[in-house]
Design a protein around this ligand. Structure first.
Ligand code: PLP
Length: 438
């Protein structure tokens, strides 16, 4: 009997044994195409010799030094790299060990910033329904995914939630995509005015929504309007790129494609590419300076922040991403999306095929015409996950809550190193899975 506390105690877990390129192998030797890179983590695939060498060299030289005593070469180098590549004024990088920690750091920094500049009445965050920002209590409170948070609601702060930008279900008959985006962005202004602008800290959103909706990009103009509203009322724009960042959507930072700048950005997953647990919170020079000029101390921290070995892995990963892999992802994405559209574009149970780069989603519906989802009790996403695993494909099906209804989607986020032949492999394994389940 296993003593590992598995999250899914009713489903026995396969034991992963080896990773090589785009494949994972379990202890029985069964091979799986890593179609979702775990949860959009393994952008480089498995067994990358350069990342392994960078980790080994760093462990041998200096595995760890606590950040209340020291910074380190790999942390400095990685911060330089990220700042040089980041759009806008992002200038400081606070390293953590994962996505939820990055969000917690962002929320606390945003609040402390306003306290330091004498606006301590600012205490509300606004985020979006059908969003996920992590599983720690602050991050969970900021997300809108109902089933993940309902058991913990009594012990969390309340966050204001507005509509996501989710054209497949939100755009109305006769409404242009642009007008739809403006309409849902304007919900931010309505909520700011309802709360009182002087009480709002900021707006938190994923540029491309990952886990809860399945790779949903914004419509054109949506984030520009959001940025305008933030500027008008003095809110910080906090973009969560934990899942969609690090090249996944075809640019190193997903929000580059929206033509906007952010005040705070969180990244994780692809930053360590699965080789080390690492995340980061990036902020503008202005936010950092306010604290430097004030108390001089960010009231936050963890034992493993700025971990040298994790940062060494991050350097090796980002070097590869900016050295051609992000471009490869941008080129491979349309090939995979095109093949999915060709195979499933008219499928009676696939309502929408969406996403950008190698961050793609398929929404599964009971009825294509009405977009009615399957009932939650059907457990369609769970069946797809299990069947896909039997068919040698690890993908990321989820059930979401779509404004009170239940919906299912499959998220694909394969490694950027995938080849053209893998497009066929993914599509045929998915087809077999859908034929068996739907
Ligand atoms: N933010 C987003 C957008 C995520 O998708 C996730 C995880 O899926 C998180 C935050 C939390 O990251 P972690 O699981 O590394 O804590």
């Amino acid at each position: 009997m296993s003593h590992v506390f598995a999250r899914h105690s009713k489903t026995p877990m396969r034991r992963a044994s080896t990773g090589k390129g785009v494949y994972l192998y379990d202890a029985e030797g069964k091979k799986y195409f890593d179609g979702s890179g775990g949860a959009a983590v393994s952008c480089l695939g498995h067994g990358d010799p350069d990342v392994i060498a960078a980790i080994q060299a760093q462990v041998a030289q200096l595995a760890y030094a606590h950040t209340s005593f020291f910074t380190s070469d790999p942390a400095e180098e990685l911060a330089d790299r990220l700042v040089n590549e980041a759009p806008g004024d992002l200038d400081k990088v606070y390293f953590v060990s994962g996505g939820s920690e990055a969000i917690e750091a962002a929320l606390k920094l945003a609040r402390q910033y306003f306290v330091e500049i004498g606006q301590s009445e600012r205490r509300h965050f606004i985020a979006r329904r059908q969003s996920y920002h992590g599983n720690t209590l602050g991050a969970l409170a900021t997300g809108g995914n109902v089933w993940r948070k309902q058991a913990f609601a009594p012990i969390m702060v309340e966050t204001s939630l507005i509509s996501p930008c989710y054209a497949y279900r939100g755009q109305q008959e006769g409404e242009s995509a642009f007008d739809y985006g403006q309409r849902v962005a304007n919900e931010l202004e309505t909520e700011v005015l309802r709360l009182g602008p002087e009480t709002v800290i900021g707006f938190v959103a994923e540029p491309v929504v990952g886990a809860t909706l399945g790779a949903v990009p914004p419509v054109e103009g949506y984030f520009k309007r959001v940025r305008e509203i933030c500027d008008q009322y003095g809110l910080l724009l906090i973009l969560d790129e934990v899942m969609c960042g690090m090249g996944r959507t075809g640019s190193l930072f997903a929000h580059e494609q929206e033509g906007i700048t952010a005040d705070i950005v969180t990244i994780a997953k692809g930053l360590g590419a699965g080789y080390q647990p690492i995340g980061a919170m990036m902020c503008t020079a202005g936010i950092h300076q306010a604290i430097a000029d004030g108390s001089g101390f960010f009231q936050h921290g963890h034992t493993y922040i700025g971990h040298p070995t994790a940062c060494a892995a991050g350097n090796a990963v980002v070097k590869k991403l900016t050295g051609g892999l992000v471009d490869r992802c941008a080129g491979m994405g349309p090939k995979l999306k095109g093949a999915l559209q060709a195979e499933f574009g008219q499928h009676p149970h696939i309502g929408d095929i969406r996403g950008c780069g190698l961050f793609l989603g398929l929404e599964i519906v009971a009825d294509r015409g009405t977009k009615a989802p399957f009932a939650a009790a059907d457990g369609v996403n769970k069946k797809i996950k299990q069947t896909a695993m039997s068919n040698g494909l690890a993908c990321y099906p989820m059930g979401g809550t779509v404004d009170g209804q239940s919906g299912d989607h499959v998220l694909l986020a394969p490694p950027f190193i995938m080849e053209d032949t893998h497009v066929d492999e993914i599509v045929s394994k998915l087809k077999k899975t859908f034929d068996e389940v739907l």
